[in-house]
Write a protein of this length. Structure first.
Length: 216
C-alpha cells in the first residue's frame, strides 16, 4: 500500500491527500501506523452537491457525506476513519496537520497548506496499520517567500489584526452588513488574498456554503 493508492481511492470523491505522519492512535511514536489527512480538492464540491446528503435537508450534510465516503475508503483499506466533527473530546487535527510538514502557521494565525493555501478543508483522517513511505516535508512555508503578504491587510474589519486569530463576533457582525455580503458570497477576503489559495481555486457556491456554516 502507498499514499498513491490512497490518492486513487480518494480522487473519485474529489478528495486528496493533504499530508501524512507516522505514529499510533494514541500518538506514541513507536509503532507501525500512518495517519493520512484527506481534504477537499477542487473537484470535491461537484461530487458533494450531487450526493444524497446535499439534497436531503438534514443537518450537517458535508460532515455526513465526509463520514460516509471516507468511512468507505477506510473500510477498503482495513483502516479506521477519524473526523474533526467527532467529539468532544476532539481529535487534535491542527497538531496532526502541522506535524505532516505540509501545513504551516500563516502571518494571520490561520494554517496554510502548500497546495491549498488558506483554502483548507480537512474532511477526515485515515489510520492505516502500515508504515507507509511519506515524502520529505515541504520546507519552508510558502509564506516565507511571499513578500507582500496580502492576507495581513485583506480583512475589511481587521478581525485578525490584533490577535492573529479570528475575532469571531466582529467578523460575524460584519457578515450581517451589506458590504459583508462580498465575504458571505465569495468567501473570506483573507483566504482569497493568499496567492497560493488563488492557484488552488474554489467555486463561489462552495465558499458561500462554508461562510453560511461559519456564520450560523
Amino acid at each position: 500500500m502507498t499514499l498513491e493508492d490512497i490518492s486513487h481511492l480518494a480522487a473519485p470523491f474529489g478528495l486528496f491527500v493533504m499530508g501524512a505522519r507516522h505514529g499510533t492512535r494514541s500518538d506514541i511514536e513507536d509503532a507501525g501506523e500512518t495517519l493520512v489527512l484527506l481534504g477537499a480538492g477542487q473537484e470535491c464540491w461537484a461530487h458533494f452537491t450531487s450526493a444524497a446528503e446535499y439534497h436531503d435537508t438534514r443537518p450537517n450534510p458535508l460532515d455526513r457525506w465526509s463520514k460516509r465516503v471516507i468511512g468507505e475508503i477506510a473500510q477498503t483499506l482495513g483502516g479506521a476513519a477519524v473526523f474533526p466533527s467527532d467529539g468532544p473530546p476532539y481529535a487534535p487535527f491542527i497538531r496532526w496537520s502541522l506535524e505532516t510538514g505540509r501545513f504551516f502557521q500563516s502571518p494571520t494565525g490561520m494554517m496554510i497548506h502548500d497546495d491549498a493555501g488558506l483554502m483548507i478543508s480537512i474532511r477526515g483522517a485515515l489510520w492505516i496499520d502500515v508504515v507507509l513511505d511519506i515524502p520529505a516535508a515541504v520546507a519552508p512555508s510558502p509564506c516565507d517567500s511571499c513578500s507582500d503578504q496580502p492576507c495581513t491587510t485583506a480583512c475589511p474589519v481587521d478581525a485578525l489584526a490584533a490577535t492573529h486569530a479570528y475575532d469571531v463576533p466582529v467578523c460575524k457582525s460584519y457578515l450581517e452588513t451589506d458590504p459583508g455580503q462580498d465575504c458571505m458570497m465569495q468567501g473570506c477576503r483573507v483566504r482569497r488574498a493568499c496567492p497560493v489559495s488563488q492557484r488552488f481555486g474554489r467555486a463561489p457556491a462552495q465558499s458561500a456554503f462554508h461562510m453560511a456554516a461559519f456564520k450560523g
